[in-house]
Design a protein around this ligand. Structure first.
Ligand code: NAP
Length: 257
């Protein structure tokens, strides 16, 4: 039986860890050739080593850096000649100067303690990165393709820090607007807004902060990276061929809107 992504070329950013790595593994299992991109080229290399099949490549670079992404997508074009799937997954939850530690120490609300640089850097990585990678990916897609953006329940409902929530909310608005523009080219673009998922990103968060959220989750557990990869597979593949400009929130029932 052939896989659901047989013959497809898929670029996944942030593929060296967590959700991105799980997506790379699942997409390759389903027959895709994976361009694994990450800030750390070594981390992307490690993901490629885990993949079955030939033709997968690793790429380094910062998704918020226009020159880096010009280079990466130029290399993807040189390697494959086109692209079918783009997953804008790279992200961070914390940044130096974001005031989180000071807020936790009781010095005040995080908005009062956050530097402008930390706020704008968060936007640059999440929404700036989604913009740059989508712009470059669309050039390689021609007539038809699928873009999947990683938002969060933070973007839906304001959970988490303000810079992160603002960035993830912008990803949802970007997804809706881009769907209107790209539909005529046969390119679909959708978003995933996960709840609390067990990855290296959440492993860096104090368990005492996550436990109340997990306690309020009807399914009473964190999600797994494989569960998010399954949602990404659905949106990336032709299974979701009439779906664009939408979001899906695998969150165990924590948010139901
Ligand atoms: P993760 O394990 O930390 O993986 C994120 C990957 O992205 C890391 O390899 C990271 O590299 C890389 N990255 C960070 N900044 C980058 C940049 N500027 N350019 C290129 N790569 C960059 O996190 P994850 O949990 O898998 O999260 C993946 C995505 O899902 C993120 O967008 C996150 O916001 C979103 N999300 C996660 C959850 C969750 O509960 N885990 C929930 C909702 C949404 P470094 O390790 O070197 O920083």
């Amino acid at each position: 039986m052939s896989g659901r992504l047989e013959g497809k070329i898929a670029c996944i950013t942030g593929a060296g860890s967590g959700l991105g790595q799980a997506m790379a593994l699942r997409f390759a299992e389903e027959g895709a050739t994976v361009a694994a991109q990450d800030l750390s080229r070594e981390a992307a290399d490690e993901t490629v080593r885990l993949l079955d099949g030939a033709g997968h490549h690793a790429f380094g670079g910062d998704v918020s850096n226009e020159e880096d992404m010009g280079t990466v997508f130029g290399q993807i074009y040189a390697a494959y000649g086109h692209l079918d799937i783009q997953v804008n997954n790279a992200g961070v939850a914390r940044l130096p100067g974001d005031g989180f530690d000071e807020m936790m120490a009781g010095e005040g609300p995080q908005i009062s303690l956050m530097s402008h640089a930390a706020f704008t850097k968060m936007l640059a990585v999440h929404i700036g990165g989604a913009f740059l990678c989508t712009r470059e990916a669309v050039k390689l897609m021609g007539e038809g393709g699928s873009v999947v953006n990683l938002s969060s329940i933070a973007g839906l409902a304001g959970w988490g820090s303000i810079h992160y929530a603002a960035a993830k909310g912008a990803v949802l608005a970007f997804t809706r607007a881009a769907a209107r523009e790209l539909g005529a080219m046969g390119i679909r673009i959708n978003a995933i807004a996960p709840g609390v998922i067990d990855t290296p990103m959440t492993a860096r968060v104090d368990e005492a902060l996550l436990a109340p959220m997990v306690g309020m989750t009807p399914l009473r557990r964190k999600g797994t990276a494989e569960e998010i990869a399954a949602t990404a597979l659905h949106l990336a593949s032709d299974e979701s061929s009439f779906t664009t400009g939408q979001w899906i929130s695998p969150n165990g029932g924590l948010i139901t809107i």
